[in-house]
Design a binder for this molecule. Structure first.
Ligand code: ZN
Length: 175
């Protein structure tokens, strides 16, 4: 629905709910703070992990697996595949949903898939400075962009019996 109103918010309880929310006194728009959804993939080839060095803030110059915010009406699977294409120009096949993270302070939910790289080459996209495969022993632990990156790689190395893993990051997420 197009909305050209320059909202003038007041904070009040809405009719059906007990929570106070920002409501526009001109058009009635309610500013729900629903979590954002992020989808990404840990791409593994010959026991090596594909990481991208970020060319954007937050965490510029640090390493992460391909991941990003979903577009409108996109599924997590579609988003993860699109992000891998955008960030490192690869085609991936999703093998399974590995983790679902809640990042409380950032109000976001992240889906992480395990994926295979199905074309030969890769090259960094515009949001990526550099991309390469790392052996577990070469992972730049101190230069990872987000705690979820280390978490996923460590869990992959020592997988729990049951997946997907559900985990909540409460603080110090880094962005
Ligand atoms: Zn308004």
């Amino acid at each position: 629905m197009p909305n050209n109103c320059c909202h003038q918010f007041i904070v009040k309880k809405t009719d059906l709910e007990q929570k106070k929310r920002k409501v526009c006194k001109k058009c009635g728009f309610i500013d729900y703070k629903n979590p954002k959804v992020v989808a990404g993939s840990l791409v593994v080839r010959n026991k090596k992990f594909l990481l991208c060095k970020r060319a954007i803030e937050p965490s510029y110059g640090k390493w992460t697996f391909p991941s990003g915010y979903l577009d409108a009406s996109e599924t997590p699977e579609e988003g993860a595949i699109r992000e891998a294409k955008e960030e490192v120009n690869i085609k991936i096949k999703l093998n399974k949903l590995f983790a679902i993270f809640t990042v409380r302070e950032k109000n976001l939910i992240q889906f992480v898939f395990l994926a295979s790289h199905i074309n030969k080459n890769f090259r960094p996209g515009i949001e990526t400075l550099e991309a390469r495969y790392f052996d577990y022993d070469e992972i730049p632990w101190k230069s990872l962009a987000f705690p979820s990156v280390a978490y996923v790689i460590k869990k992959y190395a020592k997988p729990p019996k049951k997946t997907p893993i559900f985990h909540t990051f409460s603080k110090d997420y880094g962005f």
